[in-house]
Design a protein around this ligand. Structure first.
Ligand code: KG4
Ligand code: ZN
Length: 356
């Protein structure tokens, strides 16, 4: 093989994912097992259950990835695996399995930071040079960072409580959108986006969070409570039982989506201005990358587009399948680290296997 080939393994949360990527950015093969269906039934992720499901699936997923790639582990340049952040029990399964492969095939090991992998994904699909700004918004992530190099991040802001996708999921659950005939199979965020199109965002006015806090942090718990109170009030007013669909559900969805978009856009705007003022970003052709499940929301994307246009930035989003957790981003981060000569371990002695 003339190329460098990296096997990436991701088990930080509820997806068992793997992929082989080469140094030209070609995906040779990938496989994934999602636990979403199981966790939906329990109303959230139960870590020991996630761990058990990772254990049951990891070998098959890695074998499928290697056979789809038509390579043997001997052909690999390195194995890259998410080691943080995430659920300790889930991370342990991927780490333990990877270290077995590493020892068996005598391959270098590249420990991967999950957020670094999300942030660098755009360099697999677009020619983006450092530095660039990244906004990661999903069910579990909410951060704004300046990416100055492969492992050189300046954290500009983060959520002080929950992530925006988590908040949208909670609002959707409170509105019982799962019972709505048009939204029953959608994630909470997607259901909110769908319903908001039929609503009037001016019907309820909700102030964006943290208006008096002049930094780039985020908060979504307060907004969630405001919406909860509004729903309770409307239930009383409409004489509707908790768990039934309100006739004002679409207006509420439009209001929460609008307020979320405003909040994300304002903090991102401040971050761009800060970076430009400090000469951390190019004045004329800076890049703003938005990724994570919430980035697929077109209303939120349009708000961020307005911010990008107003500040002479180019807005880029990875394709949806690369915005959410996947093995490709881990393998690609491995390639980036191989090129940069960063964090490549040739001796994995002493790295802890599965946490007890
Ligand atoms: O990245 P992701 O698949 O998983 C993690 O959370 O890591 O993101 C899932 C989140 C969920 O909270 C979901 O409600 C939200 O992304 N989401 C959306 C949309 N599609 C998914 N939020 C707003 N609008 C959407 N269209
Ligand atoms: Zn993630």
């Amino acid at each position: 093989f003339p190329h460098k080939l990296v096997l990436g393994i991701e088990t930080s949360c509820d997806d068992t994912a793997a992929a082989v990527v080469d140094d030209a950015g070609h995906v040779l093969g990938e496989a994934m097992h999602s636990q979403t269906e199981v966790h939906l039934k329990t109303g959230g992720i139960v870590p020991p259950v996630a761990q058990q499901l990772h254990r049951e699936n990891i070998q098959r997923i890695v074998e499928e990835t290697l056979s789809a790639s038509s390579i043997s582990p001997r052909d690999l340049s390195a194995i890259a695996t998410t080691v943080k952040p995430g659920l300790a029990l889930s991370l342990g399964v991927g780490l333990s399995f990877s270290l077995q492969l590493v020892n068996q095939f005598k391959k270098p090991f590249i420990p991967i930071h999950h957020m670094e992998a999300h942030a660098l994904t755009i360099r697999l699909t677009n020619k983006v040079e450092f530095p660039f700004l990244v906004l990661l918004i999903s069910g579990g992530h909410c951060l704004l960072a300046l990416v100055r190099g492969v492992s050189d991040f300046l954290l500009l802001g983060k959520s002080l409580d929950i992530a925006p996708g988590d908040m949208l999921d909670k609002v959707a659950r409170r509105l019982s959108l799962i019972k709505h005939p048009e939204c029953s199979t959608m994630s909470g965020g997607k259901a909110i986006e769908h319903l908001a199109k039929q609503g009037n965002r001016f019907h309820f006015t909700i102030n964006p969070p943290m208006q008096n806090v002049k930094n780039c942090d985020f908060s979504f718990t307060g907004l969630q409570h405001v919406i909860d109170r509004l729903i309770k009030h409307k239930e009383k007013e409409e004489g509707v039982e908790k768990g039934q669909i309100l006739s004002s559900a679409a207006d509420i969805a439009a209001a929460v989506q609008h307020t979320t978009a405003c909040h994300l856009a304002k903090r991102t705007h401040r971050a761009i201005l800060f970076c430009k003022q400090k000469n951390l970003l190019s004045p004329a052709d800076a890049v703003l990358v938005v990724s994570g499940g919430v980035a697929s929301n077109l209303y939120i994307r349009r708000a961020l587009e307005i911010v990008a246009n107003a500040t002479q930035c180019t807005l880029l989003c990875p394709p949806p399948r690369l915005c959410t957790d996947n093995g490709i981003m881990i393998a690609w981060n491995g390639i980036e680290r191989l090129h940069a000569g960063l964090g490549i371990l040739h001796d994995v002695e002493g790295i802890r296997y599965e946490p007890k």
